[in-house]
Design a protein around this ligand. Structure first.
Ligand code: CAA
Length: 240
């Protein structure tokens, strides 16, 4: 069945792979982006997927953007809260600004992306909320007190939403990617990245498409009983 899907941060990295995979499943997809107009235009030209620019950290912008997507593309049945940033620093050097930027985007951004679509999902008795968390929300990470806090918070969000949405046909699940070959991971100093790859039993970084595959599985009609769970996709780097 064709549904309308919203993917935040959906024009680059893991989000771009998710947007494409949902489109390939036959869904109508809208992708948001925060600032990179050029990348978004190139993504739309390549895929035909519409892109919308707003800051997920801002509730009013998110609500207005979602209303526009619903008017232009359709009522949102699948929301993938994927947009995220890093501001890595050892804790003794982490500034309040770095803390708040990451909390606002990665954690409050999930609230802002799901809250406006939730009433419609409840009314239509169908919804798929999929939050892209991280291995670092499960195990913590040196220099990521801010990021790990948000990604652990994602798991609390989906477990709570799952209980609230279950009777209304809504599922909420998280995916915890390990280290995936994206710009975010490539921004880690090379020496550190090499040492991280050394800790992955698969011996390689993951591919964005391997995360997108988890999303299409959770988004499908017959995943109704999978609710409040976490899929780890990390090449055996960490087990919960
Ligand atoms: N474990 C233990 N020690 C570490 C470490 C680690 N993972 N990474 C760095 N260190 C140590 C360094 O060896 C160095 O020690 P010495 O002072 O004894 O030499 C010290 O920490 C670094 O201190 P600096 O003052 O030089 O640190 P800095 O202010 O320059 O910051 C950094 C450097 C930001 C920590 C940088 O090393 C870095 O980016 N590390 C990677 C952090 C990381 O893994 N982020 C994940 C990004 S990918 C992602 O987030 C996606 C996802 O979901 C998986």
């Amino acid at each position: 069945m064709t549904r309308t899907a919203l993917v935040t941060g959906g024009s680059r990295g893991i989000g771009a792979a998710i947007s494409k995979a949902l489109k390939a499943e036959g869904h109508n997809v809208a992708a948001t982006y925060a600032g990179n107009d050029e990348a978004a235009a190139a993504f739309t030209a390549e895929t035909g997927i519409k892109t919308y620019k707003w800051n997920v950290a801002d509730y009013d912008e998110s609500a207005a953007g979602i209303a526009q997507v619903e008017a232009e593309v359709g009522p949102i049945d699948i929301v993938v809260a994927n947009a995220g940033i890093t501001r890595d620093a050892p804790f003794h050097k982490m500034t309040p600004e770095q803390w708040h930027q990451v909390i606002d985007t990665n954690l409050t951004g999930v609230f802002n992306s799901v809250h406006p679509v939730w009433p419609g999902m409840r009314e239509r008795k169908f919804g798929r909320v999929i939050v892209i968390s991280s291995i670092n929300g499960q195990k913590g990470q040196f220099a990521q007190v801010n990021y790990a806090a948000t990604k652990a918070g994602d798991l609390g969000i989906v477990k709570s939403l799952a209980q609230e949405g279950a009777r209304a046909g809504i599922t909420a699940n998280a995916i915890c990617p390990g280290y995936i070959a994206t710009e975010m991971v490539m921004a880690v100093p090379e020496k550190v990245r090499e040492s991280i790859i050394g800790q992955i039993p698969a011996g390689r970084l993951g591919e964005p498409e391997e995360i997108a595959r988890c999303v299409t599985f959770l988004a499908s009609e017959d995943s109704q009983f999978i609710n409040g769970s976490t899929i780890s996709a990390n090449g055996a780097q960490f087990f919960v």
